[in-house]
Design a protein around this ligand. Structure first.
Ligand SMILES: [Fe+2]
Length: 161
């Protein structure tokens, strides 16, 4: 049964946002695995292992979003065929090798996903679904932290120093 106290329109909006971010997240997690498997170059072991750890953390949020769809009385959409149509993520190249190239490609997509998740926080908050907004907020915080972990390998100066 859907959660009491939420309007049907709010629930529909949350289910739609959760499924949209689920499609983006599965797509991004597969990009992380693509990078994890193929990366070569300086700091190989550190980058190879970090990419897999990030994929595992992303998978936890993926599961939380899919299960929130159930909590709201909806249908989670996570098949390969459906996510290809639903995702707004840029395709991940299959010819990258060097560590820096993978990190830049992953970081660009992670920043884009972070923006999408932040938009979903606003959407859920405006619709009055604080629990779903909290799920997106928790996910956003993890993406930001892992973006820092990955970007740090590029050795660039802080933006606000
Ligand atoms: Fe592995």
């Amino acid at each position: 049964m859907p959660i009491k106290g939420l309007e049907d329109n709010t629930i529909r909006s949350s289910i739609s946002a959760l499924n949209a971010r689920l499609a983006d997240t599965i797509t991004f997690r597969l990009a992380l695995k693509q990078a994890h498997w193929n990366v070569k170059g300086p700091n190989f072991i550190a980058v190879h292992e970090l990419l897999d750890q990030v994929a595992e953390r992303v998978a936890l949020h993926e599961d939380t979003m899919a299960e929130q769809v159930q909590t709201l009385g909806g249908q989670a959409i996570g098949t390969a065929e459906a996510i290809v149509k639903a995702t707004g993520m840029k395709p991940y190249p299959t010819d990258l090798v060097q560590s820096d190239d993978h990190i830049r490609a992953i970081c660009a997509r992670m920043a884009d996903l972070g923006e999408k998740v932040r938009d979903s926080i606003d959407e859920a908050t405006e619709a009055g679904d604080d629990a779903t907004a909290d799920i997106f907020t928790d996910y956003s915080r993890q993406l930001d932290k892992d973006l820092w972990f990955l970007e740090s390998h590029l050795g660039e100066a802080p933006k606000f120093a």
